[in-house]
Design a protein around this ligand. Structure first.
Ligand code: C2E
Ligand code: CA
Ligand code: CA
Length: 647
């Protein structure tokens, strides 16, 4: 190099080249260093971001479990209060509650470890404190229950346990809110650094490429986590939905939306009837149907199973409801109507996602229980109603112990001979001097599992009454008793029925077990097995509310029930000449006869309906035209004089 400089020919040129090369090298090294610094810096932010999301996902999962377990735990404590003071019942609940407490503590510890030494540790401490207060109160509630002070236990549960759960949930919401904000800040900072790094590209093209690869890899990894899709429907999943909600809160746009939670009515039916593949297709098609409604700025996710969540603009609520009513999907080449339940909540200023989700959940569960309306908007009194449902449940259980339930009998009539040919046992609750109809408590008891006790209580009463009538020399008719589909889960259901019949020493021919048609697909095999078992013992079975569920010819063929009860909804409005039900019932009755089954129509209120039944050869009817459900003594008069003279 030195030699080149002192030479006269071309030395200046060489010198210049040398300087340029050196300068270029220095610039390149500086640029590379700069790029490297920016890239590393950006990469560090990306890793921090990625880690944040990882941690957050883990924490949220833990916190969701804690929240859910707390509700389950409280439910157990409620069971504890209402359990009989028979040691084994309470001790079982106590053991289960203790197991859940360990799970709660483990999850909380895990959360504590994850946030230890960070600014989020304060939330752990608050939840930990809330949990201690909650568990101390649980001990008190149990003490009250053990000492027989049920009212006090109930009151303490409603006031203290609820309060601590509320406190814990609020802390969880606060954590989620702060975390969402922090994640958003880190994301913005990462974006900023990425932009900076990208601008410094003139010399460091190879590095830019390298940098881009690193960025792409990192960002790809992040976006995968961020925008996790539901693999079946390709919709966002709930994690993603939550994050979107968080962002909207941050931007101050959350209150522009209505949050909606949806479920498909009887979704299990599609899986059990058509197979899981078809069930999956239903979900995919429904996701498409929902998506087709959305406009820019609206969101939806599939949350597993048949649950979907949406954020729609509040002013489009009505439009949304019409869009979701009467959905027709092509299933295996045929058009099928899909029905959905929806809970809607119009988000208010200052709401965080947790508020919206809790209110939507409540609205959705109200929609599920509501028989007339499947789209329910949240109303504040729903929380009070939930409380009052808990009270009703408590009183119902007390009522069962105190024998407050009574059995009415509604006659079934042979319309050809105008004579009594059977009856249905229908329960009523005599509480505080008022007669409460079953619609007010059956659903609640079914939901909480105590229906089994009620059904057997009624059935025992029925068998006892039959036995009394026989002893008095009164010939009873066959009495049908309603049993909830939940009994089918009990492998000893049939044995239990036989035990009661044997206990009262009555002939099984006087007994009929009514099961609703909609129960059929929940577990067809156990239903078929039960019906077969009953037949072997000489006990009649009937399929109630036929036509309201998902009956099919094959089900009628495969299920050996003795009686089909056609639902009242088919009989209503028969006087209208163009009512298509007329043809349908005619054909159904013929088909039932062909299959050697008995058929009866429920809800007969007019003479015209009776005339129509005669025309289609259906000769059994039950309804107000003949009798409403009657108290025991009134019904006994019918047994003594079984002819309906002026009908
Ligand atoms: P269900 O089994 O379909 O019983 C028939 C219901 O229709 C009865 O209402 C009866 O009073 C009513 N009904 C009968 N004829 C007519 C009519 O001509 N017009 C009208 N509008 N209604 C008529 P109820 O007694 O209020 O019972 C309602 C439901 O509660 C029953 O419907 C049944 O699903 C349930 N239920 C009643 N007792 C029991 C029970 O012991 N166990 C279980 N699991 N469910 C029960
Ligand atoms: Ca019935
Ligand atoms: Ca019925």
């Amino acid at each position: 190099m030195n030699r080149k400089i002192i030479r006269s020919d071309g030395s200046v040129r060489n010198l210049r080249i040398g300087v340029v090369v050196t300068m270029t090298c220095i610039t390149m090294i500086l640029s590379i260093a700069g790029m490297l610094f920016l890239a590393l810096n950006q990469h560090a932010t990306s890793s921090e971001y990625s880690q944040m999301i990882d941690n957050d996902l883990r924490n949220r999962e833990n916190l969701t479990k804690i929240s859910k377990d707390l509700y389950n735990h409280e439910e157990m404590i409620f069971q504890y209060i209402i359990s009989d003071n028979i040691t084994w019942t309470r001790s079982t609940v106590r053991e289960e509650a203790a197991e859940l407490e360990t799970e709660l503590e483990n999850n909380l510890d895990e959360f504590g470890k994850n946030v230890s030494g960070t600014e989020y540790e304060q939330y752990y401490r608050l939840i930990d404190l809330g949990m201690k207060e909650y568990l101390e109160s649980v001990v008190k509630v149990m003490e009250f229950a053990d000492s027989g002070n049920i009212q006090e236990a109930n009151f303490y549960m409603n006031s203290c346990l609820n309060k601590y759960i509320f406190k814990i949930n609020n802390t969880i919401s606060d954590y989620e809110k702060l975390m969402t904000e922090d994640i958003e800040e880190t994301r913005i900072s990462m974006q900023h650094k990425t932009a900076q790094a990208s601008q410094t590209t003139v010399v460091g093209i190879p590095l830019v490429v390298l940098f881009s690869i690193v960025s792409m890899l990192t960002c790809g990894k992040i976006s995968k986590k961020l925008l996790t899709k539901d693999s079946l429907t390709c919709a966002d999943n709930f994690e993603c939905f939550q994050k979107i909600c968080g962002k909207l809160v941050k931007k101050g746009h959350f209150a522009n939306y209505t949050c909606v939670f949806c479920n498909i009515k009887d979704f299990r039916f599609y899986n059990s009837k058509f197979g899981y593949k078809t069930g999956d297709q239903v979900l995919i098609d429904l996701a498409q149907h929902i998506k087709s409604f959305l406009v820019k700025g609206e969101y939806f996710s599939r949350d597993g199973g048949d649950s979907f969540s949406l954020l729609i603009f509040s002013e489009r609520e009505d439009q949304f409801i019409s869009h979701m009513k009467d959905i027709s999907l092509n299933i295996l080449g045929r058009e099928n109507m899909i029905e959905v339940y929806c809970g809607l909540y119009s988000i208010r200023k200052d709401d965080v996602p947790g508020d919206a989700f809790a209110s939507c959940t409540l609205a959705l569960s109200t929609a599920r229980e509501n028989t007339s309306e499947a789209f329910i908007r949240y109303e504040p009194q729903m929380f009070t109603e939930m409380d009052s449902r808990m009270d009703t449940l408590y009183l119902c259980n007390q009522g069962l112990k105190n024998g407050e339930f009574i059995v009415y009998y509604q006659p079934k009539v042979n319309i050809e001979t105008n004579t009594l040919c059977g009856c249905e046992a229908l329960v009523r609750w005599l509480h505080d001097g008022k007669l409460i109809p079953p619609v007010k408590f059956i659903g609640l008891l079914e939901e909480k599992g105590n229906i089994n006790a009620l059904d057997f209580y009624v059935f025992r009463r029925v068998c006892s009454d039959i036995s009394e009538w026989l002893k008095k020399g009164i010939e009873p008719v066959r009495v049908s008793s309603n049993f909830s589909k939940l009994h089918l889960k009990d492998p000893h259901f049939a044995d239990k029925i036989m035990n009661v019949i044997n206990e009262y020493g009555i002939d099984p021919k006087y007994v009929e077990i009514e099961l609703t048609e909609s129960s059929a697909y929940d577990d067809f095999n156990s239903l078929a097995e039960f019906v077969k078992n009953m037949k072997e013992q000489g006990i009649f079975t009937s399929m109630d509310d036929f036509g309201t569920g998902y009956s099919s010819l094959s089900m009628l063929r495969d299920l050996d029930v003795d009686v089909i009860k056609i639902d009242k909804s088919f009989i209503d409005d028969l006087e209208k000449a163009d009512n298509p039900n007329k043809k349908m019932i005619g054909n159904i009755v013929r088909m039932i006869h062909d299959l050697d089954r008995e058929v009866i129509c429920e809800g007969i209120e007019t003479k015209e309906q009776v005339e129509f039944l005669k025309k289609i050869n259906c000769f059994a009817a039950q309804g107000y035209l003949y009798d409403t459900p009657l108290p025991h003594d009134e019904f006994e008069k019918r047994l003594n004089d079984p002819v309906y003279h002026n009908k």
